[in-house]
Design a protein around this ligand. Structure first.
Ligand SMILES: C[S@@+](CC[C@H](N)C(=O)[O-])C[C@H]1O[C@@H](n2cnc3c(N)ncnc32)[C@H](O)[C@@H]1O
Length: 252
């Protein structure tokens, strides 16, 4: 059975109540899942006003009086000070931290620790951009990741910086969490991955001042898109890398 990462978290949660839930790095996907759960109340945090607007659209009229969508930065000590939630979700938050609080990833779990009443669920992605895989699937995913990050850097943005599972396990222990379970889930990338990642290239290249360089990059992006789409229709996807889910509880 091909379960989504969120379905896996629901399975890991079992019959425990969801109670109050904090989505510590919200987005439309985690919000869609959160809204399907029997929570008593939820709070969702993003560092970006643009993401707040996207998530607000996802919520529509499904927000209750006790639910909150907040723009804030985990760097700010007063953000949700003294508030404790039964469940805290850090869904692709770690990889995005570099864009909001660079070089602060080692502090993230300690910052979230006082907010975790019962359980912390961390969802993350094993880094793949700095690697040099030899198999065709790996080479293709790697090429897409490297091109995306190159375009973002050239246009003045900060790419995500993912961290491996072993780093997460070490830092959860340092932040006084006990790991209950950790799973690595193999990824099969489809058309949506190719389109979204290369769309980020197209958008970044529009902002490049050197138009000769931008045009050269644009044709490279288009050629890679064609190659990746052909690969997916031939092979049924690009099988490479892993997501991970970690279940942790605070040590008192
Ligand atoms: C990749 S996105 C969200 C993924 C999301 N859970 C989804 O639905 O796919 C990462 C989120 O973490 C937030 N974030 C990253 N660093 C942050 C920080 N230092 N403080 C607050 N939010 C942060 C971003 O603003 C964004 O909302």
């Amino acid at each position: 059975m091909n379960l989504s990462l969120y379905q896996r978290v629901s399975e890991l949660h079992g019959t425990l109540p969801w109670g109050s839930l904090l989505d510590a790095g919200t987005g439309p996907a985690s919000m869609r899942w959160l809204l399907s759960l029997a929570t008593r109340r939820w709070t969702a945090v993003t560092g970006s006003p643009r993401m707040r607007d996207v998530v607000r659209k996802e919520i529509g009229d499904r927000i209750r009086r006790e639910d909150r969508l907040i723009v804030g930065n985990w760097l700010e000590p007063e953000l949700l000070a003294n508030e404790v939630f039964d469940v805290v979700l850090a869904d692709y938050l770690l990889g995005a931290v570099d864009g909001f609080s660079p070089y602060w990833q080692d502090q993230l779990f300690a910052r979230l620790r006082p907010h975790v009443g019962q359980r912390l669920y961390v969802i993350g992605l094993e880094p793949y951009v700095p690697l040099a895989p030899a198999d065709p699937d790996g080479r293709l995913v790697n090429e897409i990741g490297r091109l995306r990050d190159a375009c973002l850097l050239l246009s003045g943005d900060r790419p995500y910086r993912e961290y491996p599972l072993h780093w997460v396990l070490r830092h959860l222990a340092l932040a006084k969490f006990r790991v209950i379970d950790a799973q690595k889930i193999p990824i099969r990338y489809g058309e949506r991955f190719v389109q979204t990642q290369l769309h980020m290239c197209d958008q970044a290249l529009r902002r490049l001042n050197d138009r000769t360089l931008a045009v050269a990059f644009e044709s490279h992006v288009a050629a890679l898109r064609d190659r990746a789409m052909a690969f997916i229709s031939r092979e049924g996807g690009i099988r490479h890398g892993h997501d991970y889910i970690v279940v942790a509880e605070p040590v008192s």
